[in-house]
Design a protein around this ligand. Structure first.
Ligand code: NAD
Length: 362
């Protein structure tokens, strides 16, 4: 398989962590006989410095011409004073909008080797945490009309929450397709006991279920889901939900896994091209020190292989290598236990090299 990947190294630790992900991709390509080529794209603070714009059109066009986009992170204190529309993060928003990615997909997975980092009780963690939250990204209350009016002499704030059937159907399909590529269980989360938008959500999900007989669909109210994620996260495989519920639940889910440096995410729209990135930011406090954890970005590359390129074995190969390195006790500073017992502290580059050494064709 030949694929071109648009690579946004970004700011802060971005270039360091992306470099390790590319080294891993190169080795996977070698093992499985693929060709991955890379097109460098400037976005964020570095693009402001170079082009006076966080995402020049020409750079967005390179992303749109690629098979998928891999991003490190953007932003940093150097650009804090830049005016609103020219801020580094605006580049990211424009990229998401330009790519039309309406689905954000975030795995919550606890690596057994790091289970003590979870704030949950060990007996809950021991049952396993490995689920994916599929969040609608460009609709719902965040994109409805917002206004504050005066009524009877006091301020009244109104936020509109709208969803159309087609908006629900397209995110629903991502949920079903993702479940199909995992353990075949999809939980649709809504608030259908109160909200019309949720009643429509539930109806559309059940219509879609007829097209996916191999996926087991269940429904859950969002308040119950928030409780179940901390009570028994092992019950979930894929959760699909609307924008605001997904925003809140995905932060709750990343918290229970213990380390921000380990978590990848993907954003998808129509077609197979996606945007893949770690969930953390550019960590300017540790940039250039070769101590950042590259695993979130390396796992983002694995997600790209699984979801955009339909290469599940290659994705498994990367995830198994990460697991083997953790089994060997190797840790970057952010995931090193306080007493460091039985562990070896390694830097960003060394972590990348260890993962490469542990890649085995399955
Ligand atoms: P951050 O995620 O960059 O850092 C939070 C803390 O986690 C820091 O102590 C950092 O050192 C640590 N950390 C983060 N990633 C790490 C890694 N891979 N390995 C080890 N430690 C890691 O969040 P922040 O400090 O709030 O934001 C810094 C900059 O990043 C800001 O300019 C912000 O706007 C930007 N940001 C960008 C994105 C993105 O590009 N998608 C996302 C969030 C924040």
């Amino acid at each position: 398989m030949t694929r071109n990947i648009a690579v946004i190294r970004g700011d802060g630790i971005g270039p360091e962590i992306v470099e390790q992900a590319l080294r891993v991709l190169d080795r996977v390509a070698e093992l499985y006989g693929h060709t991955f080529t890379y097109t460098d794209v400037d976005m964020g603070g570095n693009a402001i410095d170079k082009w006076g714009d966080p995402l020049p059109q020409e750079m967005l066009d390179k992303c749109l011409a690629s098979d998928s986009v891999l991003l490190g992170a953007v932003g940093g204190p150097k650009w804090n004073e830049v005016p609103g529309p020219m801020r580094p993060e605006k580049g990211l928003l424009r990229l998401r909008a330009g790519m039309g990615v309406y689905s954000n997909n975030r795995p919550a997975k606890i690596w057994p080797q790091l289970s003590s980092a979870s704030p949950l009780k060990q007996e809950i963690v021991d049952k396993g945490i490995d689920f994916l939250i599929v969040r609608e990204l460009i609709g719902g209350i965040y994109f409805g009309k917002h206004e504050t009016v005066t009524e009877d002499g006091e301020a009244v704030a109104i936020d509109e929450l709208r969803y159309s059937e087609s908006e629900i159907r397209r995110i629903g399909r991502i949920g079903f397709e993702s479940a199909r590529k995992r353990r075949g269980k999809l939980c649709s989360v809504e608030k259908s006991n109160v909200l019309d938008s949720s009643r429509l959500w539930k109806k559309v999900m059940h219509q879609l279920a007829a097209e996916y007989p191999d996926v087991e669909l269940s429904d859950m109210l969002v308040d119950n889901c928030a409780m179940q994620i901390v009570k028994d996260p092992s019950q979930f495989d894929v959760i699909v939900t609307e924008n605001m519920f997904g925003d809140i639940l995905s932060d709750e889910a990343s918290m229970i896994t213990g380390s921000i440096g380990m978590i990848p995410s993907s954003s998808l729209g129509a077609g197979s091209r996606g945007l893949y990135e770690p969930i953390h930011g550019s960590a300017p406090d540790i940039a250039g020190l070769d101590i950042a954890n590259p695993i979130g970005t390396i796992l983002a590359a694995a997600m790209m292989l699984r979801y955009s390129f339909d290469l599940p074995q290659e994705a498994d190969c990367i995830e198994s290598a990460v697991s083997a390195v953790l089994d060997g006790g190797f840790r970057t500073a952010d995931i090193l236990p306080k007493d460091a017992a039985g562990c070896t502290k390694v830097g960003c580059k060394a972590m990348g090299s260890l993962i490469i050494e542990n890649l085995r064709k399955g």
